[in-house]
Design a protein around this ligand. Structure first.
Ligand SMILES: C[S@@+](CC[C@H](N)C(=O)[O-])C[C@H]1O[C@@H](n2cnc3c(N)ncnc32)[C@H](O)[C@@H]1O
Length: 298
């Protein structure tokens, strides 16, 4: 298990952070760390020069800082917005492009989704696969090297996977061997409406294959054109762009193809400074990262 080791200053700010593997000898500018085989989060290690490093479990926001970088990674707050606004959850099937560093893809997989992500640069795709392994989500993220635009026909006709709501019903049905539970499930299904209607809904062919579509590319509008075919009914589109021009094109396309609840927000945050003189927004540069457009397929 890869863990983080952190050296902090007197104020508790992390001033050195490294990823280390159990059993390795790791050289830092503050001395050499002998990492025990049975290293555990919460422990403290010392370098041969006596500098302390705290051991920390690797979690989502750490991926942003420690993934090998290729395409500009999405910052944790924007990942939070995408997940919050689209409701990505356990069992969702997500189509993502472009993979880039893979921060967004990995974060959605860690939230329980199965992600198919496209990266047109084969070397970036290879790095992204390694990043998925580091994030422990290699099983749930398929990194495809290629241009997503070239595969849209195939993607619109790929099989519909389970989404949050469907999966729990399905897995209940499949795993029920107990007759009592079985009859309870049937009763619940029937009280939801006519059983035949439910069966029809499950096999509906006019529904797309993905619960959520996330795009972080300059040519996102060309994918948005096919969003109604790619998404299940009620599924969400999230498009992230640092520029107004491409955002405007995305919004126009989303309107043209009939998506609903289209909103665009600038993602911007002010960090606060608290020191002996007082409290105020940080004088560091304003934190514009991009425009996030959300829309829904009805
Ligand atoms: C800004 S990065 C994406 C960062 C990613 N969201 C993350 O969190 O790490 C954009 C990536 O999209 C890739 N890309 C651009 N257009 C593409 C396309 N049509 N198909 C596949 N990948 C594409 C680029 O090569 C680049 O690596």
């Amino acid at each position: 298990m890869t863990v983080l080791v952190i050296h902090e200053d007197e104020d508790g700010n992390s001033v050195r952070e490294f990823l280390v593997e159990p059993g390795e000898e790791f050289g830092t500018d503050l001395g050499v760390l002998e990492v025990p085989e049975d290293i555990q989060p919460g422990e403290t290690l010392e370098t041969h020069l006596g500098t302390e490093f705290r051991v920390r479990r690797l979690r989502g926001p750490d991926l942003f800082h420690h993934f090998e970088r290729t395409g500009a990674p999405m910052v944790p707050r924007d990942v939070g917005l995408v997940i919050g606004e689209t409701g990505v959850c356990q069992g969702d099937r997500v189509l993502d492009a472009g993979t880039g560093t893979g921060v967004l893809a990995a974060s959605m997989a860690r939230a329980g989704a199965t992600v198919t992500t496209y990266e047109r640069d084969p070397e970036f795709a290879e790095v992204a696969r390694e990043n998925m392994a580091l994030a422990n989500v290699a099983e749930s993220v398929e990194v495809r090297a290629g241009n997503v635009l070239e595969d849209l026909d195939e993607l619109v006709s790929s099989e519909t996977g389970p989404n949050c709501g469907v999966e729990s019903d399905e897995s209940e049905r499949e795993s029920d061997t107990d007759a009592e539970t079985d009859s309870k499930t049937k009763t619940e299904t029937e009280t939801d409406g006519d059983a035949e209607t439910n069966a029809d809904a499950d096999t509906a062919t006019d529904d797309g294959s993905f619960d959520v579509l996330t795009l972080d590319t300059g040519d996102a509008a060309s994918v948005v054109e096919r969003a109604p075919e790619l998404l299940v009914k009620g599924g969400f589109l999230a498009v992230y762009s640092p520029f107004i021009e491409s955002t405007r094109e995305v919004v126009a396309t989303a309107r043209d193809v009939g998506l609903s609840e289209i909103t665009t927000r600038e993602t911007i945050q002010r960090e606060m400074d608290f020191d002996d003189r007082g409290s105020r927004p940080s004088t560091a540069p304003v934190g514009h990262t991009g425009y996030l457009t959300i829309a829904r397929n009805d």
